[in-house]
Design a binder for this molecule. Structure first.
Ligand SMILES: *[C@@H]1O[C@H](CO)[C@@H](O)[C@H](O)[C@H]1NC(C)=O
Length: 934
């Protein structure tokens, strides 16, 4: 009875706001074919056909649940363009913008999509699909800066961009107002309902603003773990007064967790962090406390200066029970892994209580293209609506620029080049052109432009102007001659008239004005004007008629096809010819592509001189001693003598010389020359001043300490060298002996991979090369060892060991360090699987490293040493992971550029479950281990 009356009150209370809200909601079912009302929410969904002309509707074979919204997605081409939805907004009003993505299509075998989401010019998020059945939700709270926003998809690194739904929810009053809203959006990272009755999220109609409140029972990977003992779930049917700032739904406030043993604690991952955040706790006393009972607690973790000592007493703070209290941190710096805990005070009788939290990341708003520039482009676009070149949406420059413009990299971007040659433009050149004062190149040739050249006297940066082959009339403006950087001016074949400004005829610039019969060239010396004019006029006329006649005839013949086209309707197909940048392709297949810089022959006597009779030994390579030398020209070299030239080394020598002399890459040690004399076989390499990575990590005598960023950059260099061997050479090359002593450091501490003595060119047609097992203990790929089939993935395994050495500072094999397991792999794998990455970290790095960056490397290292080669990433993926880690470490925004299905499905941040999943590395029969499995 009491219950139903409360519900009734609640119902009545909600109705009015529900009705006024819902009419303003925009709910787009992307790829959907019809409009409908979702029976479970009462929301009206509309198909996106009225919003977008691109992409196509795809049937989702495995839609999430039975929500109609996920039956279809809209897929876009994986090309250089961006694809945008434009949503109308009211300027200065705040909105919740939500985009959702459910891929579904898991059985096609294609890699899962990875692409970027933009809101106007601001990079919102990278969508990385790891689980086809999961609905990925991105929410952003914005204050609209104009009458519309663009939500754009672009820049796929794998798969193609797609979207399931797009929603716009207006907010009321001062909800979500922050002091920073002029320059920052709020990207929602977590919004959790504690003590939730089920795993289902709460949203509209319970939340009149249709925020999604995730249930604390929906434990995603490493989301809400580390729950303190004694945590209990409580709920009430009483109404809660939520009329404070953010109006959370009553239903969310009616449940909570309490720490009956005096403590509440949770740990969760915040995607896109570390960052500055706005964090809210929603607290409402929903237990009946007797008179002499109190609930007082404080925030113990994270450390927020000025907050940790503040004591929360909900009933007191909220002015009564069943009333909401919203302590908030408007700007707090949080890490990727957020551990938070509330503890009760000594004198409190009850433990802490928590109803909900909401954490959003401040995302800096990136300015759109200068508005005058954008307006000018619109003027050009309106000359030719509906034509092919005119289809691009969103901002002209960001994230990808329209095909017909070039932008500066300034912020905001400016248009520097307008490339509208042969685009069937008709009519006058828009006067707005004068606003593009960053313009350096103007290409309007080959259209049907009429009227006179507009005032462009302030476009002082122009260097190249193409106005030829139009129907322009009027004079050539004289100020053009004063433009400081103008180099080329083409106005031929128009109907320009008047005097040619003499400043254009000084020879400073390329100037073509042929085919404008009414143009007059002023003669320099006024006195002789009549004479010259008189005598030459006859000649001139004949000459001009001759030349022009010929030229025009020729020109007309030549121009015929395109002239005809420009008479077509505006929306006819554009010609294929367009100014385009040249693209160069990598991996052309030739090993010689980097130059014909082949090693040369050096005589033994020269080498004896260079090394002062082999007096300074600097190391021992895989097959012999290495000496320092200095050539006559001053070049410092490392001279490597092959120990037993007759047997094994023989083949290696031939291999190495043949290979190395053909391969040039910044991250491979260059071969200077070779020598074969008096039963000696000698290789001469460029000298690497800083020795090997091994010395830097393991030799205690070496005082130079490598910090984490240096280690990452060495790893990146070495990985790029290997990537080049694997993919830049055709046939590809497997190093076969990747280890820290084969990674050398030059004078600038740039790493280069050395010693291709064991390299063998992988056969083009085989995925593996079977051969005698070579390699170094500790780095040797167990799969290769077991079945002697060599692939690039064996190098990946060895490189994984190098990464573990870089993280831990430990040697790959050591009985003292790892006991009976003796190998770094078992030790590191079991700790990382337990989620304890700090325990493998080199103690000298502790405290100076971002844990997320460490995780990135630990993850990729663990995948690289997967027992099955097929489960290991490619070198390219490792390079990207390292670059990602570097970005994180440097504190830049996280920005995944790639991930391909082969390994990222198993990978996510700190996703390794605490219930560790031990896979014996000798168990080759099982499939790939999936660290994220529960
Ligand atoms: C938050 O505080 C930091 C450090 O005090 C400051 O740099 C930043 O601009 C503030 N605001 C936002 C939105 O990050």
């Amino acid at each position: 009875m009491a219950l139903s009356s409360h519900l009734l009150v609640l119902f009545l209370h909600l109705i009015p706001s529900v009705i006024c809200q819902v009419t303003e909601f925009v709910s787009i079912d992307c790829g959907g074919t019809s409009n409908y009302t979702d029976p479970s929410t009462g929301l009206v969904w509309v198909s996106d056909t009225g919003f977008i002309r691109h992409g196509h509707s795809v049937d989702n074979k495995n839609p999430n649940g039975d929500s109609t919204q996920y039956k279809w997605t809209r897929d876009f081409p994986a090309d250089r363009n961006k694809y945008c939805y434009t949503l109308s907004t009211t300027e200065r009003r705040r909105y919740l913008v939500r985009a959702t993505f459910q891929y579904g299509n898991s059985d096609s075998g294609d890699p899962f999509p990875n692409f970027q989401l933009y809101l106007d010019a601001t990079m919102w998020s990278t969508i990385t699909v790891l689980d086809a059945s999961r609905v990925y939700v991105e929410e952003m709270i914005i204050r609209a800066t104009s009458t519309s926003i663009d939500v754009c998809l672009c820049c796929a690194s794998t798969g193609s961009p797609f979207i399931s739904t797009l929603e716009l929810r207006p907010l009321n009053l001062s909800m979500y107002a922050t002091d920073y809203e002029d320059s920052f959006y709020l990207a929602v990272a977590a919004r959790v309902n504690f003590g939730a009755p089920s795993k289902d999220p709460i949203r509209y109609p319970d939340d009149p603003y249709d925020r999604i409140w995730e249930s604390d029972l929906d434990r995603r990977q490493n989301f809400l773990v580390g729950v303190a003992p004694g945590t209990e779930r409580i709920s009430t049917y009483k109404n809660i007064n939520v009329r404070t700032r953010e109006f959370p739904p009553v239903k969310v406030m009616q449940t909570a967790v309490v720490g009956t043993q005096g403590r509440l604690s949770y740990r969760l991952n915040l995607e896109g962090f570390p960052a500055n955040a706005r964090a809210y706790a929603y607290l409402a006393e929903i237990e009946d406390l007797s008179k002499n009972e109190t609930r007082k607690f404080r925030l113990e973790q994270p450390q927020v200066p000025g907050y940790n000592n503040a004591i929360v007493n909900i009933a007191e703070n909220a002015n009564g029970s069943c009333t909401l209290y919203e302590p908030s941190y408007m700007n707090v710096s949080l890490d990727f892994v957020l551990s938070f805990s509330f503890v009760k005070t000594q004198d409190s009788t009850r433990g802490p209580l928590l109803n909900a939290i909401e954490i959003s990341k401040y995302l800096q708003i990136i300015p759109k293209t200068e508005s005058n520039d954008a307006m000018t482009l619109d003027a050009f676009r309106s000359m030719c609506r509906g034509s092919d070149w005119n289809h691009e949406e969103g901002d002209p420059c960001i994230p990808t620029q329209w095909e017909w413009v070039t932008c500066s990299s300034s912020s905001p971007p400016r248009i520097t080049k307008l490339a509208l040659s042969e685009k069937h433009l008709k009519g006058k050149i828009p006067d707005e052109l004068k606003h593009l004062d960053g313009l350096t190149e103007l290409w309007l040739d080959g259209n049907s432009l009429t009227g006179s050249i507009p005032d462009i006297s302030n476009l002082l940066n122009l260097t190249i102007v193409h106005l030829e082959n139009n129907r322009l009339t009027g004079p050539i403006p004289s100020y053009l001659g004063d433009f400081p950087s103008l180099r080329e001016l083409y106005v031929q074949n128009n109907s320009l008239s008047g005097e040619i400004p003499p400043t254009l005829l000084t020879g400073k610039l390329v100037f073509n004005y042929d085919g404008n019969p009414e143009l007059i060239q002023r003669v320099q010396h006024k006195k002789n004007f009549k004479l010259i004019f008189g005598t030459s006029i006859g000649v001139l006329v004949v000459f001009v008629v001759f030349i022009l006649g010929g030229l025009l005839l020729f020109h007309n013949l030549w121009k015929k096809p395109s002239q005809e086209k420009s008479n077509d309707k505006c929306n006819s197909l554009s010609t294929t010819s367009k100014p385009s940048a040249a693209y160069s392709l990598v991996n052309g297949g030739s090993l010689m592509e980097e130059g014909p810089d082949v090693a040369y022959y050096i005589t033994l006597s020269d080498l004896e001189e260079a090394t002062q009779n082999f007096s300074r030994r600097i190391g021992k390579g895989s097959f012999g001693p290495v000496y320092y030398g200095k050539m006559k020209d001053g070049k410092e070299v490392a001279v490597k003598i092959l120990a037993n030239a007759s047997s094994h080394g023989n083949q290696q020598f031939v291999n190495e010389v043949a290979l190395l002399s053909r391969i040039h890459h910044r991250n491979l040690v260059p071969l200077v020359g070779c020598c074969e004399e008096a039963h000696q076989r000698i290789l001469v390499y460029e000298y690497m001043h800083n020795g090997s990575l091994q010395e830097h990590i393991h030799d205690s005598v070496n005082q130079k300490h490598l910090d984490w960023l240096s280690r990452l950059s060495i790893a990146e260099d070495a990985a790029k060298g290997l990537e080049y061997l694997h993919t830049g050479c055709n046939p590809s090359i497997i190093h076969r002996d990747v280890k820290t002593s084969n990674i050398l450091l030059d004078i600038n501490m740039r790493a280069k991979v050395s010693d291709f003595g064991l390299s063998r060119q992988a056969d083009e047609n085989l995925t593996h090369v079977s051969s005698i097992v070579c390699g170094t203990v500790g780095y040797l790929d167990p799969e290769y060892y077991a079945n002697q089939q060599l692939t690039e993935k064996s190098d990946v395994y060895s490189f994984g060991i190098v990464l573990l050495e870089l993280i831990s500072g430990r040697k790959p094999v050591s009985i003292e360090e790892y006991g009976s397991e003796w190998h770094i792999v078992h030790w590191a794998r079991s700790l990382i699987r337990k989620g304890d990455v700090m325990s493998i970290l080199d103690p000298s790095l502790a405290g100076n490293i971002k844990i997320e960056s460490l995780w990135r490397i630990a993850e990729v290292a663990i995948l690289s040493i997967e027992p099955h080669g097929a489960c290991r990433p490619k070198m390219q993926e490792i390079v990207l992971a390292i670059q990602d880690a570097i970005r994180i470490e440097k504190g830049k925004q996280k920005n995944y550029t790639t991930c391909s299905r082969s390994w990222t499905r198993q990978s996510s941040h700190i996703s390794l479950p605490s219930a560790s999943l031990e896979i014996d590395s000798s168990d080759f029969s099982s499939g790939c281990s999936v660290p994220s499995a529960r």
